[in-house]
Design a protein around this ligand. Sequence first.
Ligand code: NAD
Length: 483
Amino acid sequence: MVSRTIPVDPFDLVIIGGTGDLARRKILPALFRRFCAGQMGEGSQVIGAARTEMDTSAYRTMVEEAIAEFGGDEKSSKAKLKKFIALISYVTLDAKGDTGWDELAEAVKSEHVRAFYFSVGPNLFGDLAKRLQKHGMADDLCRIVVEKPFGRDLESARELNKVLARHFDESQIYRIDHYLGKETVQNLMAVRFGNMLFEPLWNSQYVDHIQITVAESVGVGGRGGYYDRSGAMRDMVQNHLMQLFCLIAMEPPAKFDPDSVRDEKLKVIRALDPVTPDNIVRGQYEATETKPSYRKQVENRDSNTESFVALKANISNWRWAGTPFYLRTGKRLRERASEITVIFKDAPHSIFEEDSGRHRNILTIKLQPNEGIVLDVTIKEPGPGGMRLIDVPLDMTFAEALGPDQAEFPDAYERLIMDVIRGNQTLFMRGDEVEAAWAWTDPIIADFERGDPPLAYATGSSGPDEALALIHRDGRAWREIKA
Ligand code: NAD
């Protein structure tokens, strides 16, 4: 893997919940890849900590298995794996009791930056914070990383913030949203604020509307129980889509530093109008011949939780008043494809009589599966026959534009974990941002609870027909969901 590796001082990373799914699938493989890239200085250590009773040797075997399964290209490097495994140890620890805390305090090195990744349910965050402090590990060198879901509504998010603030300063709390670690998401800021070309047009005078789609082709899988208690609005919109929304809509920050960026994001959320029920559609996927329905998968035949949501949002500020934002996300849709699309307005007047078609500049920021940026521009179709216009893509798909070597970049978790170690909070959510996002989301969810059940949609479709109507009635159309 090619990456410009900035060396960092040796550090300790403690994964609390180190035997769990997230640790095995994401955190440990990400650390291994950073190790292979030379970014874990000599003397760094990774400590797995969880309730499961096991010793370091058994944990190391578990880590090896996880890397074999989820480690990507680097997993074949046996020599590197051996060295990485040597940095790992394990402590049996109970978040709610005294087991393991003295041992953990002894294992961490007092002179190192120390990150504690809370890879456990949020109900344990308070206990963990309290015990880290009690056992002398919550000093200035300490940082904590907390996973989503950060609360399930404004009240619980406030409570979580309050609990963490009792033991840690905001500058020590890293609320992770892995969407912000994606290369293209950061590139979105580079494109907006590194070029003269876009920013003058980035407003309601020139932008007709913006679409954000995060589509998954899979269903809820093994996460049925959790998902059925949250739904697409809590699981995706409140965090991932909202973060993308903020980055696309925010004012240029004065600097690319954590508080300047997060101040601007917060202003976007605060300027959002409430979403009325006629501007939102929610759905739930049906069974196919071979795949079970949502209700069957979550084992709740009366479930009214949505696996799809589409909504129209408006921002009441000078830049965006009059430009709607259409957001949608769902499971079991036709393809796994996530993108943000900025659709510019038509040219005010066409000078080409032969041309009757509509041409629009469209900027597409593709997030997955292929990261890249494409700008559709109108040109003359080559050859004789008059001024016939066609739209062609200026394709900045990274693999093509930069070559395969340059286009391989660390995955989101790798980047974000190293940002924690470096002490850079720019790509992490601040407490007030999370609360503002819930303040906007809560009334929508309350309307869901009072309103009709979600509409059925077919697996492999683009969601319920009503979601198409939501945008059609404004004389617009969703972009096709395609990878
Ligand atoms: P999991 O159930 O697979 O693992 C939980 C871990 O916590 C285990 O290691 C378990 O031993 C440990 N644990 C539970 N109670 C404990 C206690 N009292 N003391 C010490 N350790 C305890 O869960 P997961 O899927 O790994 O998720 C962890 C967190 O990350 C959750 O908050 C989840 O919502 C969030 N998350 C997970 C994913 C994912 O892909 N798995 C994605 C995003 C967010």
